[in-house]
Design a protein around this ligand. Structure first.
Ligand code: GAR
Length: 204
């Protein structure tokens, strides 16, 4: 069985979308993939209750208890590695990760960012898209590299900016598309891995 570990900091609606897709599409049977654990850096992250109710292992590791980013990331990696992850999914995990952490999971670390990258990396994406007069906004799933919000793009979805939009109304419209493309990106990761494995097996 291949393992997904999901990292969250808040409501966890993207995590929930991935878990629901895994159940609906029976990833365990069809892909040999399961969501093994959900970890949060905040004890009040709403998504923890959802994961617990689904019988998924959860852990909280509060970053405030660590002297440095590197110390926190090292302990986080230690806990994530306990689930032998084939893929680590950042789903609203609001921490910048140190190069050591990113390198450790190179090629198996995905993030979702609520803008059409390379536009608007960083925070306040919807407010900045509105201020720039954008007619379209959207969301990006990308591989994580040590540069913030810059890694190779895996999936994107576009939404229109509507007259009278606020950052909140635009964020809600984008979020509905996040829930479509993040499960698709995760499923695609394992489907591509399966194809590669089949090719290697055939040519061996
Ligand atoms: C989502 O909109 C996600 O794109 C964003 O945080 C939200 C988390 O929502 N991520 C970032 O801004 C990362 N820079 P969720 O907890 O309901 O999935």
């Amino acid at each position: 069985m291949k393992n997904i570990v999901i990292l969250i900091s808040g409501g966890g609606s993207n995590m929930a979308a991935i878990v629901r897709a895994a159940e609906r599409e029976d990833w365990e049977r069809k892909l040999g993939v399961r969501v093994a654990a959900v970890l949060s850096n905040r004890a009040d992250a709403g998504g923890l209750a959802f994961a617990q109710a689904r019988g998924i292992a959860t852990q909280v590791l509060d970053h405030k208890g660590f002297d440095s980013r590197e110390d926190f990331d090292a302990e986080l990696a230690r806990r994530v590695d306990a689930y032998a992850p084939d893929l680590v999914v950042l789903a609203g995990f609001m921490r910048i990760l140190s190069p050591g952490f990113v390198d450790h999971y190179a090629g198996r670390l995905l993030n979702i960012h609520p803008s059409l990258l390379p536009a608007f990396p960083g925070l306040q994406t919807h407010r900045r898209a509105l201020a720039a007069g954008c007619k379209f906004a959207g969301v990006t799933v990308h591989q994580v590299t040590s540069e913030l919000d810059v890694g190779p793009i895996v999936e994107q979805a576009v939404v229109p900016v509507m007259p009278g939009d606020t950052a909140d109304t635009l964020a809600a419209r984008v979020l509905t598309q996040e829930h479509v493309i993040y499960p698709r990106a995760v499923r695609g990761f394992f489907q591509r891995a399966a194809v590669c494995q089949a090719v290697l097996t055939t040519s061996a």
